[in-house]
Design a binder for this molecule. Sequence first.
Ligand SMILES: Cc1cc2nc3c(=O)[nH]c(=O)nc-3n(C[C@H](O)[C@H](O)[C@H](O)COP(=O)(O)OP(=O)(O)OC[C@H]3O[C@@H](n4cnc5c(N)ncnc54)[C@H](O)[C@@H]3O)c2cc1C
Length: 418
Amino acid sequence: MNRTAFDALIVGGGASGMMAAITAAEQGCRVLLLEKNDRPGRKLYITGKGRCNLTNDCPAQTVLENVPTNPKFLYSAMQAFPPQRTMEFFTSLGVPLKTERGRRVFPASDRAADIIDALWNRCRALRVAFQSCTAERILTQDGAAVGVATDKGEFFAPAVLLAVGGASYPRTGSTGDGYRMVQAVGHTVTPLTGSLVPLEENGSLCAQLAGLTLKNVGVRLRNAAGKIVYEDFGEAEFTDFGLSGPTILSCSAHMGNDTGFTVLFDLKPALDEATIDAKLLRLFREDGTHTLTAVLNKMLPRQLVSPVLHLAGLPVSQGTDTLPREGRRRLIGALKRFPIPIRGKRPIEEAIVTSGGVSVREVDPATMRSKRVPGLYFAGEILDVDAYTGGFNLQIAWATGHAAGAAIAAAKKEREHA
Ligand SMILES: Cc1cc2nc3c(=O)[nH]c(=O)nc-3n(C[C@H](O)[C@H](O)[C@H](O)COP(=O)(O)OP(=O)(O)OC[C@H]3O[C@@H](n4cnc5c(N)ncnc54)[C@H](O)[C@@H]3O)c2cc1C
């Protein structure tokens, strides 16, 4: 292979790799994109349920507030390429955008394919070369990255960017290859775990309630030591194995590899305990049946009534006339702190993102350049950063891809002027 044909090898034609390729090529680099699939962007097709929630229309600082792992590392890249720039970038490529609830940004067409086409067409217009192959090893010379060994041969360039993604949804191509490759050249990979992933219940209640969605529920995540480590409000679903839905996925981002968690639902988040008490007493007076079940049916989804009564230690046949103050107190406790013990997360393969990855201590935050291996760069999910849902993970991919692409181009200019 011609050792001088390219200024940069970009391994991984996903969100961050294509953004890096475009940025470097726009600044005069000859780029070769190495992608294991026949076409780039396979994971992008399934983002946002096929609609691609490509960013969040918020300031850079708000993005960082939605990054539970290593937000400080992203400060420079996010300032340089905030959501506003992402939106301008895609609009300039001819993709009209729209903003929905929670400031989530989508293509106006609701088609993730439009995002992939825009990126890929821009790559082609910039003459980014494409090679479908699987990268196996980073080639080094005197400690510096000089190329990549693949199943289709060796490729060389003075800059190598690893943008191979994480280990979740491996069918899209991100099978975690990058971790092994970077460890082989001396980088540290922090423990990997799925994030934004459903949770498995330690018990069988959820299976009985499977299909039930709670729309406006308060959610708190309690760790084994009894500390509340995350609080949220919104939607949660009961499934055959446990819990899912947006609030639950966000909880998973705070669990790491630990166990012993409990999800506590606040089934009446808009009401404090005294207000619930007053409401119960009013309903007791108004309800002609004088049974607690009938009253709770007016306050809760029907499927939850018997589990709530059970938790409060009250029989289903409990009459309202004979309910002592202490029973009412237990009932209110069950409504405000309805617990689901968690066995753990679903497997990493089912996670929206991978938490853990290349240690950010070993990467320069402004350029995404390795501090250990000259000529090596990183972008996207392979790094030990991950965010909540809302378009923040793709925003990380665009911003880090842009930082790496710009740094690769700057390094080429430096070499030329040396
Ligand atoms: C179901 C689902 C829905 C999601 N929805 C959203 C959303 O709406 N909004 C959002 O912000 N985020 C979303 N995400 C997360 C988002 O898709 C990722 O964070 C993002 O794609 C990461 O970009 P990346 O470039 O790092 O990796 P990827 O996009 O995964 O790209 C990595 C690329 O590298 C290639 N590759 C891997 N190994 C090799 C190798 N050895 N050789 C050559 N190529 C290789 C892969 O084939 C792949 O094309 C979603 C994720 C999933 C799974």
